[in-house]
Each structure stands twice: as structure tokens, then as C-alpha cells.
Ligand binder design. Structure first.
Ligand code: NDP
Length: 495
């Protein structure tokens, strides 16, 4: 097992001083304000970025507002699609560089950075590009009485809301960044993106590529910084919409701040404690393979992944035994090593949080497998399975956002539904069965934004995605995103 060789372009990019990307060019941050970027596989510092001041955030918003009223407004819908497709081509041409950069700051396996983070970002970007010339209003005939010969007609316009504040978490910075950038640009909005302080490098490089693709200066800006930079961004009066992805507590604070700022509209894609139900007829081997693939991908740091598994009592023993055996065989190693099947957690703070969950599980639960941090540099832990102590076990209710799955048996469907819905969250859920009629009966009763059958965690640009309950407000993808990035204007005409 060994790490891949870094491309010279990656080595050169890491060594650069990184500030912000505003109005089509790099802007150095203020002296003395910087953030170290660590490689999660080794814990060493690989680069540094600026930590934005409020003045820099304001500069980025001014630049976005200028482009919204000017250069981007002048680009036709068709041409907007052409430019976004060109950006996709440039990302594809620089895919290996972007994948390496992403792996270096997020700890995502290089295979996943290449095959999912970058490859799927292209699929999403090209899907969004196709919407550019298809955003339309409606016509209607008002029923206002006519006392003479006058007639009435009416129509609606879908107008871009303006400057979008895109706030992105550390787990999929390119993909989640692209969802927001593409949604904004394709609807005619402009955007200021604030990546997570842990994973800021790839979006800076993408902003450079956007200029090469023909996105006018100011239409896409990136400001780096901590949570405070996100907060300043939301508070700017010229920000018309906040598109936030992150944790529930931060999301609630962001939603309140947006309302307080200017009644600013906000879409919030938040966390979850996603349930998977393995029914009595489930094929244990394929369910084990499916859960390994979807609950432990990127070390479980995926908002849509299952963390609560309700398994029919008749299958619990076989399932947990086989799941533990499969996880025990996984090769743990550096994220830059293509042979490694399981890499590090994304940052030291998250490692500490996950170790806290391990300690609680070891004190009160049966740990089927895993439950330990690895004694090596970097932020490595074992993939873990825990048996819950009944439906009220706190481990079944708190999002870990890590590689910890908690299993509880169930006996009948009524009890299953009660337990699945006993959560403040409602992002995703899945039902694993060979009996589709059973799955179809359960689906309408499950409180989640997305329900999968015999799969979990997979997203597609054509299928709307978002949460119910405390998992969020709004939907991304499909055509659903258009409502959130546009304002409806009604026009009535007497003739
Ligand atoms: P956080 O909520 O901690 O941070 C998300 C983003 O918000 C980061 O850029 C962060 O900056 C920024 N931020 C922090 N404080 C503020 C503030 N007061 N105002 C504005 N912005 C702020 O989430 P994580 O980055 O830790 O990501 C993990 C969480 O994201 C998990 O709960 C996960 O479930 C959720 N998630 C949800 C998804 C969905 O689509 N529903 C998808 C992916 C993740 P900084 O990092 O610099 O502090």
C-alpha cells in the first residue's frame, strides 16, 4: 500500500498564499488572519488560507451585486448554459488535480474524490446547465368582469432573486459547492460562496476555472473564513438568499439570522439521523453489502447515510455478525492510497467528537465491532457497529456524522414505524425487502424527505433532495430548486 504521487500542479497550488476570490481575481487576506489546512491522513499542515474580515465579505457581496445587475444579466439563458457546460469540461480536464486537493484537505479517499466528488459534480453541473433556457412563467386569463370591450390577460415571470450566500460544509465541498453555484448561476443569480474552514482549496481552484469558462468577474466569488465569515455574509443587506448546508444547530442559527437580517429567504439542508429498516424477508448478504457501501462511505460523514438500523428480530444475529465481519476486513489507510478502503475522519475536532461517542458506547452498549481510534498520526478510527439499549437509547437519536451504526431489533411494522419516526430529523430513510408491496405501504408513513428501497445515500440531480422536520427547509435538484432561487412576478394587462 502506498500513496499516489501528487501532481506538480497540486504541489504548486498548495504552496501559494490563499486569500479570497473576488471580482474575478485573487484578493490577499488581511495580514495576521489565516487558517491552517491539515491533511487528515497525517495531521500535518499542507496549506494556509486567509480568514476573512467583515470588509472582505462586504467587498465580495458588492462584486456579486454588480455582476448581478450587469455582466451576468446581459448573458442570454442559452449562453449561461453554454458557460456552465464549459466549466464542467474544464473541471473534467483538471479532475485529477481537484481530486488530489480535495483528498488532501478532507481526508476523502482518492477513489471517492475521483469517482464521486468530482465525477458526480460534473453530472450535477451539466444537469443544471440544461435548465438555463427552460425557466419559464405561466400565462393565465383573469376573470375580472368586462363592462365594455376591455379584456384582460396575465402572466408570471420567474426572476432571479439576486445575490446568493452559499455556505458549504466540509464533507463534500466540491459537490455541495457546485449544487449552490450552478443553481444560482443558471437562474440568473450571482453568488458568494463560503467554504468550510477545513476544506477551502478546491472551490478556490473552481472559481479560477469559472473565469476561464466565461463566467464574468463577480458572478462567482469565494470568501474564506470561519463561521464568523458566514455570519457576516448572511447579514449583508444585498444578500437576497441564503443557501446553507450544514449541521442542525448552525442551520437554525443561520435561518434566524437570515430572517432577522432582511427577511432574507433561506434554504437549509441540514443533518439527520437516518433510519434503515431491514424487513423479515431481507436478503442478509445483499443488505450487509448495501449497508457497508452506504453507511461507511467517506467514514460515515455523509448527511444522507443511515445511522439507525432497525432489523427484524429474526435477522438481527445473522446481520450483525456478517456486518461486523465485513467491516473487520476493511483496509484502513491514508486517503491518498487507492488500496485503502477506509480513511481518516476529516478533522481533529470531529475525531474528538467520534471518540466521545465510542466512550459512551463502550460504557453502556454492546459494541459489535470497532469502537477505537487508531494509534497512528492523522484522524483514524475503526468502522463501528453498536447494539442499541432499546428505542430510547441516545445513540439512536443523536447524529454522529461518523462511522457508527446503531442496531435495534423490531417485531412488527407498527413498532417499526413508530421507532423510525421517533426522531426530530427527517432527511432520509430506507426499506430493505424483497416484497415491494410491503415497501410501498410503508413509504407514505415514513417521515423523511427521501425514502429508498434496497439502497440508501445515492443522490441524482433529477430527483429533488431535502429534509422534513429539523432536517431542513427547501429542496435541491430536479426543477424544485428553481422556486428557491427565483421570485415570481405577476403581470396583469388590460387591453
Ligand atoms: P457546520 O454547521 O458546522 O458548518 C457548515 C458551514 O457553516 C461551514 O462552512 C461553517 O464554517 C459555516 N458556519 C459555521 N457557523 C456559522 C454561522 N454562525 N453562520 C454562518 N455560517 C456558519 O457543519 P459541518 O461543516 O460540520 O458539516 C457537517 C454537518 O452538515 C452535519 O450535520 C451534516 O449532516 C450536515 N450536512 C447536511 C447535508 C444535507 O444536504 N442535508 C449535506 C452535508 C452535510 P466553518 O466550517 O468554517 O465553521
Amino acid at each position: 500500500m502506498s500513496d499516489i504521487q501528487l501532481l506538480p500542479a497540486v504541489v504548486e497550488f498548495l504552496a501559494r498564499p490563499h486569500g479570497h476570490f473576488i471580482d474575478g481575481r485573487y484578493v490577499a487576506g488581511e495580514a495576521g488572519r489565516s487558517i491552517d489546512i491539515h491533511d487528515p491522513s497525517s495531521g500535518t499542515i499542507v496549506s494556509r488560507v486567509a480568514d476573512a474580515s467583515e470588509a472582505e465579505v462586504q467587498q465580495a457581496v458588492r462584486s456579486a451585486r454588480h455582476a448581478f445587475k450587469g455582466a451576468w444579466a446581459e448573458v442570454s439563458p442559452y449562453q449561461k448554459g453554454v458557460i456552465l457546460n464549459r466549466l464542467a469540461d474544464l473541471i473534467e480536464a483538471n479532475a485529477e488535480e481537484l481530486a488530489q486537493l480535495e483528498t488532501l484537505c478532507s481526508g476523502k479517499s482518492i477513489n471517492l474524490s475521483r469517482g464521486l466528488e468530482i465525477a458526480q459534480s460534473l453530472v450535477f453541473l451539466r444537469y443544471f446547465a440544461g435548465w438555463a433556457s427552460k425557466i419559464t412563467g405561466q400565462t393565465m386569463t383573469p376573470s375580472i368582469p368586462s363592462f365594455g370591450t376591455e379584456r384582460y390577460t396575465a402572466f408570471t415571470l420567474r426572476e432571479p432573486v439576486g445575490v446568493v450566500a452559499g455556505i458549504v460544509p466540509w464533507n463534500f465541498s466540491v459537490m455541495i459547492g457546485i449544487w449552490k453555484i450552478a443553481s444560482a448561476l443558471v437562474t440568473g443569480c450571482t453568488i458568494v460562496v463560503k467554504p468550510s474552514e477545513y476544506t477551502p482549496l478546491t472551490l478556490l481552484r473552481i472559481a479560477e476555472l469559472a473565469i476561464e469558462a466565461g463566467v464574468p468577474a463577480g458572478a462567482l466569488n469565494v470568501v474564506n473564513g470561519r463561521g464568523s465569515a458566514g455570519q457576516w455574509l448572511i447579514e449583508q443587506p444585498q444578500v437576497a438568499k441564503v443557501a446553507f448546508t450544514g449541521s442542525v444547530p448552525t442551520g437554525i442559527a443561520v435561518g434566524k439570522a437570515a430572517m432577522a437580517a432582511n427577511l432574507t429567504r433561506a434554504t437549509l439542508e441540514l443533518g439527520g439521523k437516518n433510519a434503515a429498516a431491514l424487513l423479515a424477508d431481507v436478503d442478509v448478504d445483499s443488505a450487509v453489502a448495501g449497508i457497508v457501501q452506504t453507511a461507511y462511505v467517506h467514514q460515515g460523514q455523509v448527511c444522507a447515510s443511515p445511522e439507525r438500523l432497525y432489523v427484524h428480530r429474526s435477522k438481527v444475529q445473522a446481520f450483525t455478525q456478517k456486518l461486523g465481519a465485513a467491516l473487520g476486513q476493511m483496509t484502513i489507510g491514508s486517503a491518498l492510497d487507492p488500496q485503502a478502503q477506509f480513511g481518516p475522519l476529516a478533522n481533529a475536532q470531529h475525531l474528538e467528537k467520534i471518540v466521545g461517542f465510542f466512550e459512551r458506547a463502550k460504557a453502556s452498549n454492546t459494541v459489535v465491532c470497532g469502537g477505537n481510534a487508531l494509534d497512528r498520526p492523522g484522524y483514524f478510527v475503526e468502522p463501528t457497529v453498536v447494539l442499541a439499549n432499546g428505542a430510547d437509547d441516545p445513540l439512536l437519536h443523536e447524529e454522529t456524522f461518523g462511522p457508527i451504526v446503531c442496531v435495534l431489533p423490531f417485531d412488527d411494522e407498527e413498532q417499526l414505524l413508530e421507532m423510525m419516526n421517533d426522531s426530530p430529523y427527517g432527511l432520509t430513510a430506507s426499506v430493505w425487502t424483497n416484497d415491494l408491496s410491503k415497501a410501498l405501504r410503508l413509504i407514505p408513513q415514513i417521515e423523511a424527505g427521501t425514502v429508498w428501497v434496497n439502497m440508501h445515500t445515492f443522490l441524482d440531480p433529477a430527483v429533488p433532495f431535502g429534509g422534513v422536520k429539523a432536517s431542513g427547509v427547501g429542496r435541491e435538484f430536479g426543477s424544485a430548486f428553481i422556486e428557491d432561487y427565483t421570485e415570481l412576478k405577476s403581470v396583469m394587462i388590460r387591453y
